[in-house]
Design a protein around this ligand. Structure first.
Ligand SMILES: N[C@@H](CCC(=O)N[C@@H](CS)C(=O)NCC(=O)O)C(=O)O
Length: 138
């Protein structure tokens, strides 16, 4: 009988098949342990940071939101913590977990005292409605 291998790795590296397989091999799915540490990191940030911003350094919406938050008169000792997802190896996993947790895939993804505020547009609305002032009260 002629046994054919179930997965053929093409030696032609220009073929779509070999490219696809190569890409899959070079980006393995995160392990259970990595996923747990991402969840722990995000959940700890949301629960522990006065303001947590999941951001990307080049994102104009993130820049605007960070500027709004920087100009706030925060209570003594309270800070804005920024996580730049594009500068971290686990950035994509963090973004996936945030999407699962909040239903929001875009950045910035902002939390104030554990409450999900949303993105830059949501922050701007919260600022103009006066909600933002209430959210930062201790
Ligand atoms: N309306 C949203 C727009 C945010 C947005 O489009 N962000 C882009 C980056 S600038 C994004 O998250 N794109 C998808 C991605 O980076 O994965 C807001 O105000 O925050």
């Amino acid at each position: 009988m002629n046994h054919q291998p179930s997965l053929l790795l093409s030696s032609n590296h220009n073929s779509p098949q070999s490219f696809k397989i190569g890409s899959l091999l070079s980006t393995p799915a995160p392990s259970q342990e990595q996923l747990m540490s991402v969840k722990a990191l995000v959940d700890t940030a949301i629960a522990g940071d006065f303001i947590a911003v999941f951001s990307k350094s080049y994102c104009p919406y993130c820049k605007k939101a960070k500027s709004v938050l920087k100009d706030l008169n925060l209570p003594e000792g309270k800070e804005v913590k920024v996580y730049e997802l594009d500068e971290r190896d686990d950035g994509a996993d963090i973004q996936n977990y945030l999407a699962e947790k909040t239903g929001q895939r875009t950045v910035p993804n902002i939390f104030i005292q554990g409450k999900h505020v949303g993105g830059s547009d949501d922050l701007a609305k919260a600022k103009s409605s006066g909600t933002l002032t209430k959210l930062i009260q201790v």
